[in-house]
Design a protein around this ligand. Structure first.
Ligand code: TYD
Length: 210
């Protein structure tokens, strides 16, 4: 759990609409008088921007374990220098992707051992766990359709085959089923405002429970 602030993470496949929902939720929380820090992994710090460039745009292969370590390195610096300080100030941190991304993409996607991938990030973050994780669930074909409309070129992960993205989706759903108290799973094929409302209701409940 976070210290005094609220730590909310958004997860889902590429093209599931996390960024749009983070924007809407951030606006709503600000309207409720909360101080909101919107951030993301990889790339939420100056060091992270450099790591992001490597993991997403390096030409040529990166060994799966090296990829996992790069994401964990980005995370370690980001949590220590941005997220924990904001939580200690009592702010709401709204973060695009966190450990569950590594378990889903490097674990199920790259087929590394999921527990090892998780342990690596737990070490990197000194065991920080989100108060709430919103999973925007969308089947890989629908997500690909959205990306095709939005992108002129794909990054290294987006360019992976559909089987990779199917494994990522299945892993996310397993993670959510294992921790229903932490996760909210939303059908990301629904209209944007329907999704936003479902997320708001859950966040309001979490805030109300404090
Ligand atoms: P990003 O542009 O942030 O993707 P999106 O807009 O879809 O959220 O790129 C992040 C990519 O990195 C995405 O394909 C998922 C991948 N990723 C991992 O493989 N492992 C991780 O731990 C994280 C944080 C991201």
């Amino acid at each position: 759990m976070s210290d005094t602030g609220l730590f909310i993470t958004l997860e889902g496949g590429d093209g599931s609409g996390k960024t749009t929902q983070a924007e809407l939720l951030g606006e709503w929380l600000a309207g409720e008088g909360r101080t909101v820090v919107r951030t993301r992994e990889p790339g939420g710090t100056d060091v992270g921007v450099e790591v992001r460039e490597i993991v997403l745009h390096h030409r040529g292969d990166i060994a799966p374990r090296a990829e996992a370590l790069l994401y964990a390195a980005d995370r370690a610096h980001h949590i220590a220098t941005v997220v924990r300080p904001a939580l200690a100030r009592g702010e709401v941190v709204l973060q695009d992707r966190f450990i569950d991304s590594s378990v889903a993409y490097q674990g199920a996607g790259r087929v590394l051992d999921a527990d090892e991938v998780r342990s690596l990030s737990e070490w990197a973050t000194e065991g920080l766990v989100p108060d709430l994780t919103v999973l925007l669930d969308l089947d890989a074909a629908a997500a690909r359709g959205r990306l095709d409309e939005a992108r002129t070129r794909y990054d290294r992960l987006e360019a992976e085959a559909s089987e990779f993205h199917d494994r990522v989706r299945a892993a996310y759903l397993e993670l959510a089923a294992a921790e229903p108290g932490r996760f909210l799973v939303v059908d990301a094929a629904q209209p944007v405002d329907v999704i936003a409302l479902a997320i708001r209701e859950r966040v309001a409940a979490v805030l109300g429970a404090r």
